[in-house]
Design a protein around this ligand. Structure first.
Ligand SMILES: NS(=O)(=O)c1c(F)c(F)c(S(=O)(=O)CCO)c(N[C@H]2CCCc3ccccc32)c1F
Ligand SMILES: [Zn+2]
Length: 263
């Protein structure tokens, strides 16, 4: 499809000229404002299966020019939703080395340092993510806020390889590890709403689950994420740093955000 970026002439204000859904309804991310929230006692803790991958499996770590992404095997899935949602990939959104504000979803206007998304597709109904990506019940994405704090050994399992994918379309194989360790300890408190991909083509096909509790990575780890990658190709002389890859919060319109927590 047509090229897009997070700033300049191909920035988010012009996405809808090549990707009409980006100017449509049910867009993501949104700001979780207290008055939009409604407690729903029927929201169960999120349950994931087969996230504890064995180290003799290999995952593809790649720089797709928009984010750093880690491919995930489809035998990993979410089991607590109405359909089985099988994993496809995880990726990140972040600010820049001196702007610790790069999350996509926000809470009463507060932006976190970054945000991780674990993308799943409805494998009960669709054979692969490409067939699911534009269907109303096609995708389920788990969102995890990232804050600066304690060093995070789980993230280090692939952060340490990022110098191998500095440029766009570079990819390397990395040993698999326990993906559950990237999620918060408790999966019972989360925001839930119907939304979209936060990048073009912005299909309104995502059941969003954003956990209330952030995970922490160290400042050094965050700097590595925010400074290691380029959106440009290796052979290009003009390098374009890959940072600030987050979409601004979109209008909630009259969407309600369900929450699994009371206080
Ligand atoms: N924030 S977000 O909405 O979760 C989100 C991103 F921000 C994001 F950058 C990506 S991308 O890395 O593929 C780059 C541009 O699509 C995705 N990819 C998804 C949806 C598009 C098709 C596809 C195919 C295979 C695997 C994953 C995906 C994405 F879903
Ligand atoms: Zn994302």
């Amino acid at each position: 499809g047509a090229k897009w970026s997070y700033n300049g002439p191909d920035g988010e204000h012009n996405w809808s000229s090549n990707y009409p859904f980006c100017g449509g309804a049910f867009q993501s991310p949104i700001d979780f404002q207290t008055h939009l929230l409604r407690y729903d006692s029927n929201l169960p803790p999120i349950q994931v299966q087969n996230y504890n991958l064995s180290t003799n499996e290999q995952l593809t770590l790649s720089n797709n020019g928009h984010s750093v992404q880690l491919s995930l095997p489809s035998h990993m899935y979410i089991s607590s939703l109405p359909h089985r949602y099988s994993a496809a990939q995880l990726h990140f959104h972040w600010g820049s080395y001196n702007l610790l504000t790069g999350s996509e979803h926000t809470v009463n206007g507060k932006q976190f340092a970054g945000e991780m998304h674990v993308v799943h597709f409805n494998s009960d109904k669709y054979p692969n993510i490409s067939m699911a990506v534009d269907k109303h019940d096609g995708l389920a994405v788990l969102g995890v806020f990232i804050e600066i704090g304690e060093f995070n050994p789980a993230f280090e399992k692939f952060f340490k390889y990022m110098n191998g994918i500095k440029y766009r379309n570079q990819k390397i194989q990395v040993p698999a590890f326990n993906i559950r360790a990237l999620l918060p300890a408790h999966l019972d408190e989360y925001y839930r709403y119907d939304g979209s991909l936060t990048t073009p083509p912005c299909y309104p096909s995502v059941l969003w689950t954003v956990f209330r509790r952030p995970v922490t990575i160290s400042r050094k780890q965050f700097l590595a994420l925010a400074t290691a990658l380029y959106a440009s190709y290796a052979q290009e002389s003009a390098t374009v740093p890959l940072h600030g890859n987050y979409r601004k919060p979109q209008l909630a319109d009259n969407r309600v955000v369900l929450v699994s927590f009371k206080d």
